[in-house]
Design a protein around this ligand. Structure first.
Ligand SMILES: [Fe+2]
Length: 270
């Protein structure tokens, strides 16, 4: 894929998104939120990809995955008024469906098309299918890292505004109640070095801990370093109850992040 093809895809995306503007301020805000998320995930994926030494062609391919990864969010929100897949539909599968039905990728090589659709369909899965080809796994991991880096920033900004300005957006909270405390299964998963499972979420605090547990799921060194440099873990901690239990969770997460960065330092950075 070259830059001209990417520009054409980007133009199509802009037009598609416009069709979801309803005129309702709250609803349009969520559409804009996902549009801006898409633009930032494109930047994140380019930066990680450049750090990893991808070719121009590979960078365009990666950017097109970022461009379309949340395409399904627009019809999902318009139809169900939520971003909770549990309460509506799998938004990644919906992204793929739209791309196929609208024949958006028809001008691309079949192998590229296949790769883009697969990486998108895997971006929100709990884990990647082990039997996939290495090239597909590579791009899928890249997309998952770029996506998480931005979602994390969006949610930190949201928690801040929620506490300081009282601004609420239930779509972003996945309709979870803001109950005190944390769920025992969630604590146990993290202390065992595992990602929190979506089905264990009982409250907004559990959801914040799920994001923190992404430290176990990030793949590439530049993404791990970004989490450290941007102080995502320390900032997430501030939005959780003050308790020894939560302190222990974050001590573990912060030291695990450090260990992973140390273990994966590339040769030219050592
Ligand atoms: Fe997504």
């Amino acid at each position: 894929m070259d830059e001209d093809s990417l520009k054409e895809l980007s133009r199509w995306f802009g037009e598609y998104v416009l069709t979801f503007k309803s005129g309702d301020t709250e609803e349009d805000r969520n559409i804009v939120l996902k549009k801006e998320h898409t633009a930032r995930v494109r930047r994140e994926i380019s930066e990680i990809g450049e750090s990893l030494g991808l070719s121009e062609e590979e960078l365009c391919l990666a950017e097109s995955m970022a461009l379309f990864h949340d395409l399904g969010r627009f019809p999902q929100y318009t139809r169900y008024k939520t971003f909770s897949d549990r309460r509506s539909c799998d938004h990644a599968a919906l992204s793929v469906k739209v791309l196929i039905e609208e024949r958006v990728l028809d001008a691309l090589e079949p192998a590229e098309r296949d790769l883009i659709l697969k990486a998108i369909s895997y971006h929100n899965r709990a884990a990647l299918p082990e039997e996939e080809l290495e090239r597909c796994l590579f791009f899928s991991r890249l997309l998952r890292d770029a996506d998480k880096l931005d979602i994390w920033a969006v949610l930190l900004d949201y928690y801040h505004r929620r506490d300081v300005e009282g601004y609420r957006n239930e779509a972003l909270e996945l309709d979870l109640p803001d109950d005190p405390g944390i769920c025992e299964e969630v604590r146990r998963d993290i202390m065992a070095g595992e990602m929190v499972r979506a089905e264990d979420l009982r409250s907004l605090n559990d959801f914040k801990l799920l994001q923190a547990s992404w430290v176990f799921d990030l793949n590439y060194w530049p993404a791990l370093v970004a989490v450290k440099d941007r102080r995502y873990l320390e900032r997430t901690r501030k939005f959780l109850p003050r308790s020894e239990k939560v302190d222990r969770i974050f001590d573990l997460l912060i030291s695990r992040l450090e260990e992973r960065i140390e273990a994966e330092v590339p040769d030219d950075e050592a």
